[in-house]
Design a binder for this molecule. Structure first.
Ligand SMILES: Cc1cc2nc3c(=O)[nH]c(=O)nc-3n(C[C@H](O)[C@H](O)[C@H](O)COP(=O)(O)OP(=O)(O)OC[C@H]3O[C@@H](n4cnc5c(N)ncnc54)[C@H](O)[C@@H]3O)c2cc1C
Length: 437
């Protein structure tokens, strides 16, 4: 193939596709509607807080091999930070109890036998739930696999809610099982947590754009593609803000759009396209608080903690910011921001205070500091068995058109790893040499 590949959508799926294609020598034009690339994983300058923020905290695991390959290509692997070990501090707000889960690095889960490393109060008989998750069929939910107990309440439900962004009563066990098979089942070495040191854009977007530009790709931000047109049996034109762009034979198109906009853009060429249509939101509250480098214990090491028994699910300690993530947050849509922020600040103090030396406690005052609330209304598709059935393959019936995005049939929930794999699959589907892992 010698034509240009038009990648529509500058999120991580589109960027991964563009990297794979340019890596295979293809000419690429990337079209992004927004002023900057990154989509649902982006950083921005927040005027209110006077600092750089991520739209939402993102956690990666060492098991995310596609993400690490991508970072190696763009030279950005060393922009991630983490504890360097499979260490997860947790806090149960209702019990007023903190602990640290320390997984064994190898495949044998010795940690379950050690009371100091495992989940407090868990029974070994609960481990059967993990096996059920990993073997679950397509119609089963996470809740149907887990037995009530501390392992479920203090580990598996929080992990499932954040991996699926869907409550366990409706979340797909098959999707969670796939996450487990690729991470926990491979041992702690596959579960080492990582997150961007400076920001999502600094790690995942800007270095990729520099690499793409160095390979000759054209990046068009602020360029919303309104639609596609057929010419015979192929996509023959794109509708751009500055007019219709005819595509010569040999040109190909990757639609790497969010699920909620792909049907509009593809309406004239793939009217039959069905995609996930139910979504879950994610709430992030970023508070101005300067505690990085001043904490003690496992929170100082990990820089994040899991939380159960309240609204807060994960706490992240960043430069000048304490930040909280709440997944599957549709049920909080009507709660006033100020009320949510006050409740979450009180929870956050309870989690973090035990790790703050007495001399630094003024940095975590009772009065709530300045904050920013970011609600991503359609953060991901709802990872239910019914939505899973709506995920299309990347190939379409049109030879020069493929799909990418975390909502395509990757076998994974909507994650960075899934988005990037979808980009590689799309690139591979266009030609023999592009997108090879
Ligand atoms: C708050 C939050 C927290 C998350 N936490 C995690 C986490 O901890 N770990 C993890 O792995 N994943 C996490 N995710 C999921 C992850 O961010 C997504 O799976 C991933 O970013 C999706 O990438 P994408 O390229 O498929 O889609 P998108 O990021 O949605 O990219 C699509 C792009 O297309 C552009 N676009 C839309 N319409 C047009 C048009 N007509 N023309 C041109 N461009 C257009 C959009 O502006 C966007 O840039 C989180 C998501 C959110 C929102």
């Amino acid at each position: 193939m010698s034509g240009v590949v038009h990648v529509v959508g500058g999120g991580l799926a589109g960027l991964a596709a563009a990297l794979a294609l340019t890596g295979a020598g293809r000419a690429v034009v990337l079209y992004e509607a927004g002023p900057a690339c990154g989509g649902r994983a982006r950083s921005y300058d927040d005027r209110q807080l006077g600092c750089r923020l991520d739209n939402g905290n993102h956690l990666l695991l060492s098991a995310n091999r596609t993400v690490f390959d991508y970072l190696d290509q763009t030279g950005a692997r060393d922009t991630l930070v983490g504890p360097g070990a499979p260490v997860f501090p947790f806090h149960d707000l209702s019990a007023g109890l903190g602990w640290t889960l320390r997984l064994s690095r190898g495949r044998l889960p010795w940690w379950v036998l050690d009371r100091k490393r495992r989940v407090p109060g868990m029974r070994l008989s609960e481990l059967g739930g993990l096996v059920r998750l990993m073997r679950a069929g397509p119609e089963t939910t996470v809740a149907q696999c887990l037995r009530p107990g501390a392992l479920a309440d203090r580990l598996m439900i929080p992990l499932a809610v954040s991996a699926l962004n869907t409550r366990p009563e409706s979340g797909s066990a098959a999707l969670m099982g796939r996450v487990m098979r690729e991470s926990m089942a491979k041992g702690g070495a596959a579960c080492i947590p990582w997150f961007p040191r400076d920001g999502l854009s600094e790690s995942l977007v800007d270095p990729a754009l520099s690499t793409l530009r160095a390979r000759g790709a054209e990046i068009r931000t602020g360029c919303r593609v309104a639609g596609l047109e057929m010419q015979g049996s192929r996509v023959g034109a794109m509708l751009l803000p500055d007019g219709r762009r005819a595509l010569p034979p040999g040109d190909q198109v990757v639609l790497a759009l969010p699920a909620h906009s792909v049907r509009d853009v593809a309406a004239a060429v793939l009217p039959e396209l069905r995609v996930p249509d139910a979504f879950e939101s994610i709430l992030n509250l970023h508070f101005r608080a300067d505690l990085l480098g001043r904490l003690t214990g496992d929170l100082a090491l990990a820089r994040f903690a899991g939380v159960v028994g309240g609204l807060t699910e994960w706490v992240f300690v960043k430069e000048g910011i304490l930040s909280v993530t709440v997944s599957a947050a549709n049920h909080l849509a009507e709660r006033p921001q100020e009320q949510l922020a006050a409740a979450i600040w009180a929870e956050l103090r309870a989690v973090v205070l035990p790790y703050v030396p007495p001399g630094e406690q003024a940095r975590l005052p009772e009065a709530m500091p300045a904050y920013r609330c970011v609600r991503e209304k359609r953060a991901t598709f709802a990872a239910t068995p019914a939505q899973e059935r709506l995920r299309p393959e990347c190939r379409t019936r049109i030879a020069n058109l493929v799909l990418a995005g975390d909502w395509t049939a990757t076998g994974l929930p909507a994650t960075i790893e899934g988005a990037m794999r979808s980009g590689l699959a799309a690139a591979r589907a266009l030609g023999p040499s592009a997108g090879r892992p």
